[in-house]
Ligand binder design. Structure first.
Ligand SMILES: [Zn+2]
Length: 128
């Protein structure tokens, strides 16, 4: 057998622990933008233009609804860390699902094998 039940259980335990340790999180992708304003004589209309910004924005989809939100420059580090935590969570959950399905298959196989063994020698199971 490629992977033992114990090693799968251990890896799942490890994932649960890591998830418990994750800090604040936030879904989405961060983007940086430069804008042009409405005043005709502004520096953003010069040649070459000096646009306004940068502005930082996170875009995300929750329950099928897309939204975006501006992020202040002083909050950038914090928000970036939250985005990173979210990515990490998704990655951990994905790994957990894969390992859990493998573990389930192993357990079901063991259960069938135990049931077969019991049928083969029923007398040994009955106490005297
Ligand atoms: Zn302007």
């Amino acid at each position: 057998m490629a992977i033992s039940k114990e090693s799968l259980e251990k890896r799942i335990q490890n994932i649960k622990h890591q998830i418990g340790e994750l800090g604040d999180l936030r879904p989405g992708a961060l983007s940086k933008q430069y804008n042009i304003c409405g005043s005709p004589n502004c520096r953003c209309k010069a040649t070459p233009p000096i646009k306004h910004g940068p502005y930082y924005q996170i875009s995300f989809t929750r329950h099928g609804k897309s939204s975006s939100q501006f992020v202040r420059e002083e909050d950038l580090d914090e928000v970036q860390q939250q985005l990173e935590h979210y990515r990490h969570l998704r990655q951990l959950v994905d790994e957990w699902i894969t390992l859990s399905a493998q573990l389930s298959s192993l357990r079901l196989r063991e259960k069938r094998k135990a049931a077969r063994d019991q049928i083969k020698k029923p007398k040994s199971r009955i106490p005297k």
